[in-house]
Design a protein around this ligand. Sequence first.
Ligand SMILES: C[S@@+](CC[C@H](N)C(=O)[O-])C[C@H]1O[C@@H](n2cnc3c(N)ncnc32)[C@H](O)[C@@H]1O
Length: 217
Amino acid sequence: MSNITAKYVEEYIRGLIPLKEDFLFEIQEYAYKNNVPIVHPEVAQLLKVLTMMKKPKRVLEIGTAIGYSALTMASCMDHDSRIITIERQEDMVKIAKSNIKNKGYENKIEVLKGEAETVLKELDEKFDLIFLDAAKGKYKEFFSYFIDNLNDGGIIVSDNVLFKGMVATDELVIRRKKTIVKRMRDYLKYISNHEFLETCVIPIGDGVAITYKKEVK
Ligand SMILES: C[S@@+](CC[C@H](N)C(=O)[O-])C[C@H]1O[C@@H](n2cnc3c(N)ncnc32)[C@H](O)[C@@H]1O
């Protein structure tokens, strides 16, 4: 139970996704068996649809894990498009690279090993879509590093923004998560009220925020 959506709604939505046909099925299974956190199936589906609609040439992902969401997006992108994904854990980077190679996407997805805080400061490329899925307490900090690298008309997808429901109500907040919750609330307030951004929060998975960077005329 995610505390975000009623279980029967979540199960129904998941039931609509043709998982068995998913070419990433075994990577998803590996993640579940080994407790590797990956996007919820309905969030993977959202990423697919957004990628198909936006047709990004350049995608930045923060938080690779074993490459599941990067491969999900890559499978919906044009042949001349590219993903840069950042991961700090050596073991994850290794598995992600191997999964990406096995699926034939090594020319499309580049995994950068390091702390996102450091790697982001060195990136001088522009992106059309940025997927934020690491270190929930640092989203606003990451945002400050990457926002100038997002093209006008670009999209930010931020995962886990409702964080097991805790972000929406104090009643669910457990003491050791107080700082993360406060920071996430600050981030959501910031991206919801920013002059050049338009944001909506969708209560699927662990909560997803979709943010559009307005074109400045
Ligand atoms: C939720 S997982 C990413 C899942 C992946 N996006 C997917 O759905 O397939 C978050 C990952 O971010 C990494 N991470 C956490 N903080 C980070 C940081 N500051 N810099 C780089 N990676 C970080 C973790 O090691 C973890 O593998």
